[in-house]
Design a protein around this ligand. Structure first.
Ligand code: ATP
Ligand code: MG
Length: 411
């Protein structure tokens, strides 16, 4: 993409009420725009990052056998009455349909949709197990929407639901999902900072698990066991008597963190109210056993920003960077254009700063702000040596490389 065609611009300003680092950096670099607290637009650059994160999650969910679909936002009140969550869930957005007598919720999650949905297709044990997921817009009337895109009132979530004959079968699948989650967080570049964290399991299992990433921007505290490389959350700290559930170690380290995902054994919590049952081999009717597994996409993107930055701005991990290469032309657009075309033809994602009315300093500052992994500069000086200047965003080292070796160098 040519920067001259990008309709957004970088800016030094951000809304005064925007106190969170992730949103400040993303607004300054032109990745997102703030419409109101907790509600953001994904601008073209930001949407590229978002889609890379989405694709990584999708690949990992597909590898688990998850079947992708898309469930609606508008959900009938009756379904929420059945589970008792119409009155229980404080963040539920409630709306009136125009025939007034009927109310609906804007979906904050989808157990109330997916349970009656799969009921239409499950008869016998032969129909189990399976899992479905979607990547879909959630609505939550959050009271604290001060963490930038970490806590939106409207945000995309990947929610996976699995359906099983037995607790044992759920247990096995749950462990597979846990590994897939670790893959996701590694692949987006926050594996080292992310801890599998024991949390309350509700009625149906002793624990659930959150995936918590260390950052001061987080709203949670976790307690890390360095021996096992796991953590427990604050909610269960006292129940656990301040001990690691895996090794009993009581030297736990307190850290601030943000929950980027969670996995939960639901048991029959939702299958019971919706009478989601199957017939087992002996002909007996039994409740389907369920699990649910969520990841917030903007929260994950904001967390990457909180973890991967320096005093200048964002340093995108290559896997989620909007472009791999940021190519700058210093008054040498013809030559730079040829390099740009060659790179694009070789399948390299390049952001080409071809702007003619912007000075060198501003172009360099923008490259830092936008944060692509590799910066290439074409100038009269470099061209004399048939070279371009090469610099990685995460390093201070600047060196020249030959034009015909660019591809080899960056691949
Ligand atoms: P929190 O305790 O942070 O409010 P939660 O327990 O409400 O999170 P879930 O309902 O389990 O979260 O949602 C699944 C995932 O969706 C979370 O792990 C998180 O990644 C994401 N998520 C939850 N609320 C938001 C939000 N307001 N904005 C962005 N992502 C969110
Ligand atoms: Mg919440």
């Amino acid at each position: 993409m040519k920067l001259s065609n990008n309709f957004t611009k970088t800016t030094k300003d951000f809304p005064k009420d925007e106190t969170s680092l992730n949103a400040q950096l993303l607004i300054k670099a032109g990745f997102i725009d703030k419409l109101m607290a907790g509600v953001y637009t994904m601008l073209p650059l930001g949407y590229r990052v978002y889609k890379k994160i989405e694709q990584i999650i999708r690949e990992e969910m597909n590898a688990l056998g998850g079947q992708e679909m898309y469930m609606p936002t508008i959900q009938p009140k009756a379904n929420w009455d059945l589970t008792g969550r119409w009155d229980e869930m404080d963040v539920l957005f409630k709306m009136n349909l125009s025939d007034v007598k009927r109310q609906v919720a804007l979906g904050p999650t989808h157990e109330e949709v997916v349970s009656p949905l799969v009921k239409k297709y499950i008869n016998s044990y032969k129909d189990l197990p399976f899992s479905v997921y979607h990547i879909q817009n959630k609505f939550r009337n959050e009271k604290r929407a001060k963490s930038g895109i970490l806590r939106g009132r409207e945000f995309m979530m990947k929610d996976l639901y699995s359906f099983h004959e037995s607790q044992n079968d759920l247990d096995k699948y749950y462990e597979q999902v846990s590994v897939a989650y670790e893959n996701v967080f590694k692949r987006v570049g926050i594996g080292n900072e992310t801890y599998k964290t024991y949390a309350s399991g509700g009625t149906f299992s002793k624990y659930s698990h959150e995936f918590q990433t260390l950052t001061d921007a987080g709203e949670d505290y976790i307690y890390i066991c360095d021996k096992c490389r796991v953590a427990i959350n604050k909610e269960i700290l006292a129940d656990q008597k301040n001990k690691c559930p895996e090794c009993g170690n009581s030297e736990l380290r307190e850290e601030k963190a943000v929950e980027v995902g969670n996995i939960f054994k639901l048991g029959n919590k939702f299958s019971a109210p919706f009478e989601l049952q199957y017939t087992d081999e002996s002909g007996e009717k039994k409740d389907v056993i369920m699990g649910c597994y969520g990841i917030g996409l903007q929260r994950l993107m904001g967390t990457v920003v909180e973890v991967c930055n320096d005093e200048n701005s964002i340093i995108w991990p290559e896997s989620v960077a909007p472009f791999k290469v940021h190519l700058i032309s210093i008054k040498k657009n013809n030559e730079a254009e040829m390099i740009y075309n060659d790179l694009v033809e070789s399948g390299v994602e390049v952001l080409y700063d071809d702007r003619e009315d912007v000075g060198v300093g501003a172009k360099f500052a923008d490259a830092d702000l936008i944060g692509c992994p590799i910066r290439l500069v074409v100038s009269e000086k470099t061209l004399k040596e048939k070279s371009v200047e090469f610099k990685r965003r995460d390093s201070e080292e600047v060196r020249n490389i030959k034009i015909d070796e660019i591809i080899k160098e960056i691949k």
